[in-house]
Design a protein around this ligand. Structure first.
Ligand SMILES: Cc1cc2nc3c(=O)[nH]c(=O)nc-3n(C[C@H](O)[C@H](O)[C@H](O)COP(=O)(O)OP(=O)(O)OC[C@H]3O[C@@H](n4cnc5c(N)ncnc54)[C@H](O)[C@@H]3O)c2cc1C
Length: 473
């Protein structure tokens, strides 16, 4: 989002004086139309852009957008907004699907200018929260290092994924991106700058990671790094049905054959489904993996094997992004539903749901993500997962060919029905989904961890200004 008209505040005016007199131009009863001391855009083009997200389902128009360049400016904005009684939503890359980074008649805080990579050490990187994972990987790979968990798409911001979890192909080994955080610099809803970690303000640290931005805005993160492998050998194995795919996925998981294990059910050109296991093995050029050993005993032999540099492999989604941007489908509504199933009944639940879908529900480039993972490495308290050792991400990644709004609205209603069914079967929502959730739904979702989030919200955002888009409180 690039605001085309910004007002830069008068230099030399004290923050206190500015905050006290700050009102937005055009606000009724405005005593002094002098804008506050940070970049501010309230033109209709900027506000219209901030009223949209990747989902293109919900539109909520903010009163203004601001783009802080320092954490001090984040403090100023939050204090000022609180005084004005305005809600505030942080925005990273705007890839939410259901208005979660929007603030109706409030302030959208675009973190795109807070994107520096500050420091890289052998075991950690210090980055601003507006940086994308692409920025982070580029910088760390130059030193032969990588974050242990990368999302499949690198165009997401660090703050945006830490607010929800951040799952990737290595999550079975390393947990989620929220499990890789060593320290966070945040600004609370009260406008207080704090550094939190497992040993400092630990309760806030736990409430911020996967806490749906209800207590604080993340400005900077210290993230764990590991040595990056040089190359990835990637295997794409095809199966005739979900049961045989599931059996091989479970075997590969139990035997820990691959560094990355994922899979999907994808529409085929005849209106049916293809069932595929997607796996990767990391290696250095002088020790290539033995395909025969890795694939021994797996049921399917129609495998495709490819070999890529680690960075190229991590960025593989960029090709699909380019295609979807060029055919316009990137800009259509995306009524996604993302959940985690119990390992023990995943096959049964997924089979039932898939039997009721057809390829038009997904679109030709859509997919149903489906793979098992161990959850022992997932330790983020607010990241909810089914209570079993093996859980199964089960995601309806809908990429419709049409921008027809009524179609998307129908899918959103359907998402709710499917979610209710999945929940009854012990499944859990991944909150990046496009569906309406009430405060009670969220309390049920967080279960025993709900008091952690509720109490931290009361303490750190007592006026409840942050991130209204989830309807949590
Ligand atoms: C193409 C695509 C691929 C994806 N792949 C994956 C994947 O592999 N794994 C996965 O886990 N998820 C994936 N997602 C989902 C994605 O992680 C979430 O939607 C994420 O929140 C988007 O990040 P963003 O920077 O675009 O955030 P935005 O949409 O801008 O914001 C999302 C939420 O985070 C909050 N937020 C943003 N920045 C901050 C901050 N600095 N501090 C506090 N809160 C903040 C916002 O207020 C909002 O509530 C994918 C989404 C898309 C569209």
């Amino acid at each position: 989002m690039a605001p085309n008209r910004r007002t830069l505040l008068h230099a030399g005016v004290s923050v206190t004086a500015t905050l006290a007199s700050a009102t937005l131009a055009g606000q009724s009863g405005a005593r002094d139309p002098q804008p506050p001391k940070f970049l501010l855009a309230d033109d209709s083009e900027s506000c219209a852009a901030a009223a949209q997200d990747f989902g293109h389902i919900v539109q909520r128009r903010p009163r203004a957008i601001c783009k802080p360049a320092t954490s001090g400016e984040v403090v100023d904005i939050l204090r000022w907004a609180r005084e004005q009684g305005l809600k505030v939503a942080a925005r990273g890359q705007g890839h939410a699907t259901y208005g979660r980074a929007m603030a109706e008649d409030g302030i959208v805080m675009d973190l795109g200018a807070l994107a520096a990579i500050h420091r890289i050490e052998p075991d950690r990187v210090v980055v601003d929260a507006g940086a994308t994972w692409h920025d982070v990987l580029d910088a760390t790979l130059a030193k032969g290092l990588t974050p242990p968990v990368l999302t499949n798409y690198l165009g997401l911001s660090v703050g945006g994924t830490l607010a929800v979890g951040g799952i990737g192909g290595s999550s079975s080994r390393h947990g989620l991106q929220t499990d890789q955080v060593l320290e966070l610099d945040v600004v609370t809803g009260e406008g207080v700058e704090l550094t939190c970690s497992p040993t400092a303000h630990a309760e806030l640290f736990d409430a911020v990671r996967a806490g749906l931005s209800q207590c604080a805005i993340i400005t900077r993160a210290t993230l764990r790094l590991m040595r990056a492998p040089e190359r990835v050998r990637r295997y794409l194995l095809s199966y005739p049905d979900l049961a045989s795919l599931t059996a091989d996925q479970r075997r590969a998981l139990d035997e820990r054959r691959f560094d990355q294990l994922q899979g999907a059910v994808v529409p085929d050109s005849a209106g049916g489904w293809r069932y595929q296991l997607e796996a990767g093995v990391f290696y250095d050029s002088n020790t290539p993996p033995d395909d025969k050993v890795l694939l021994a005993g797996l049921a399917d032999k129609r495998e495709t094997v490819s070999d890529l540099g680690f960075g190229e492999d991590a960025n593989a989604f960029a090709k699909l992004e380019k295609l979807l941007r060029s055919n316009g489908q990137w800009f259509n509504p995306h009524p996604w539903l993302l959940t985690y199933l119990r390992g023990s009944n995943a096959l049964e639940v997924a089979s039932e749901v898939i039997a009721e879908l057809n390829s038009d529900d997904l679109g030709p480039f859509g997919r149903i993500t489906y793979y098992p993972m161990f959850k022992d490495a997932c330790r983020t308290p607010l990241l909810r997962l089914p209570d079993e050792r093996v859980v199964v991400p089960f995601n309806l990644i809908r990429i419709p060919v049409t921008a027809y709004k009524a179609n998307a609205d129908r899918q959103v209603v359907r998402n709710r029905t499917l979610y209710d069914r999945i929940r009854e079967a012990g499944g859990i929502l991944y909150p990046v989904s496009a569906l309406a959730m009430s405060s009670q739904d969220w309390a049920d979702h967080f279960g025993a961890r709900w008091p952690l989030l509720r109490d931290a919200r009361r303490r750190h955002d007592p006026d409840g200004i942050l991130t209204p888009g989830y309807d949590l409180f």
